[in-house]
Structures are given as structure tokens and as C-alpha cells.
Design a protein around this ligand. Structure first.
Ligand SMILES: Cc1cc2nc3c(=O)[nH]c(=O)nc-3n(C[C@H](O)[C@H](O)[C@H](O)COP(=O)(O)O)c2cc1C
Length: 175
């Protein structure tokens, strides 16, 4: 069988070509994701959060999720040090929160209302879902570290999700 490698008629931008960094970013950016903020916190007031779209489900039994963090991210050392963290799945009206946690700053939580979860972690008020997790394995993933985590407790609301695609935030349009 002949597999065509040119899809111009389908609106595809030309032939299949070898992977280079610019093409990789461009093509992978086509994959739409939700947006999360991964938060850490301890009883002595320490807290930290990172915007991440690499979140995904892995296993139902046991309940496992994964996400990956850049090796150059200053927060990586803290995610290696602490096993418990919370996934805050952002709602459509929380784009500013996504941007705030994607920039290095002295206090990433400034102006952001939070409540404390069952593990003492900061949970972002108004999120679409909160998922408290415990990291069970860390794997090398090129220039990122992959964290596999067990889900401890979770809840959701019926808010609309924030969506990220091709470097921009979107709201879900129902078909
Ligand atoms: C929508 C969005 C998704 C992101 N997803 C990831 C991700 O999955 N992994 C990652 O390492 N960085 C991701 N980033 C970049 C980090 O949020 C950013 O580098 C942040 O500054 C890291 O936190 P830190 O500087 O406190 O370590 C994302 C940024 C945005 C805006």
C-alpha cells in the first residue's frame, strides 16, 4: 500500500520532514491540552507553584498521573525534595494565574486566593479540579524530568476548562 506523505489537499503544510527543534515545537504545539499549576507547600509556610501542561493520566488501578518539569527549572530541586504536591486544573477564567505561575518571581502566589488541602498543600480557589498526589517515581526525560505520582484525593467543579494550543490560551468551543 502506498502511504502518501504529502497532504496539501487536507490543509497539511507539505511533506513529512525530519524533526528539528523549530518543527518539533510547532507540530507538538498543535496538540491541545488543559493547563495546570502544580503546587507544593509545607507547614512552615513554604509554598511554590509551576504552570504545567505536560500533565496526563497514566493508570486507573492504581490511580497514577504524570507530568514533566524542565531540568533548568529552579523549582525542580523542590519537587525532588517533596513527594506531595497538588495538581490545580485551571478554569477558563484563570489565564492570568497560568501566566503568573509561568514566570519566576519572589512570591508567585501574590494576589491569588488559596485554601489548604488535606495534605497541607495550597489549592488555588476557583480551579476546575484539585488533585492531591504523592510522587512515586522520577524518570529522566531528555531535558525534562518525568514525575509519576499516585493520586491521594481529588475533587472537581463544573467550570469550563482553560485550554492551551499553539502557544495561546483558548476556551473550549462545543461542537
Ligand atoms: C501553558 C504553559 C504550560 C507549561 N508547561 C510546562 C511543563 O509542562 N513543564 C515545564 O517544565 N514547564 C512548563 N511551562 C513553563 C513553566 O511554567 C515556567 O518555566 C516556570 O517559570 C517554571 O517555574 P520555576 O521558574 O519556578 O521553576 C509551561 C508554561 C506555560 C505558560
Amino acid at each position: 500500500m502506498n502511504i502518501p506523505n504529502s497532504f496539501v489537499e487536507d490543509g497539511m503544510a507539505g511533506d513529512l520532514r525530519p524533526c528539528d527543534p523549530a518543527r518539533y515545537r510547532d507540530v507538538m504545539g498543535a496538540f491541545a491540552t488543559g493547563v495546570t499549576v502544580m503546587t507544593l507547600g509545607t507547614a512552615d509556610g513554604f509554598r511554590l507553584g509551576v504552570t504545567a501542561s505536560s500533565f496526563n493520566t497514566v493508570s486507573l488501578d492504581p490511580p497514577l498521573i504524570l507530568w514533566s518539569l524542565a531540568l533548568r527549572a529552579p523549582s525542580l530541586a523542590e519537587f525532588r525534595r517533596h513527594d506531595h504536591f497538588a495538581v490545580n486544573v485551571l478554569a477558563a477564567d484563570q489565564k492570568d494565574i497560568a501566566l503568573q505561575f509561568a514566570r519566576p518571581s519572589e512570591d508567585k502566589f501574590a494576589g491569588i486566593p488559596t485554601e489548604e488541602g488535606t495534605l497541607g498543600l495550597p489549592l488555588i480557589v476557583g480551579a476546575l479540579a484539585h488533585i492531591e498526589c504523592r510522587t512515586v517515581a522520577r524518570y529522566p526525560g531528555g531535558d525534562h524530568e518525568i514525575m509519576l505520582a499516585e493520586v491521594v484525593s481529588l475533587r472537581r467543579s463544573d467550570r469550563a476548562p482553560l485550554v492551551f494550543q499553539s502557544g495561546a490560551f483558548h476556551e473550549l468551543a462545543h461542537a
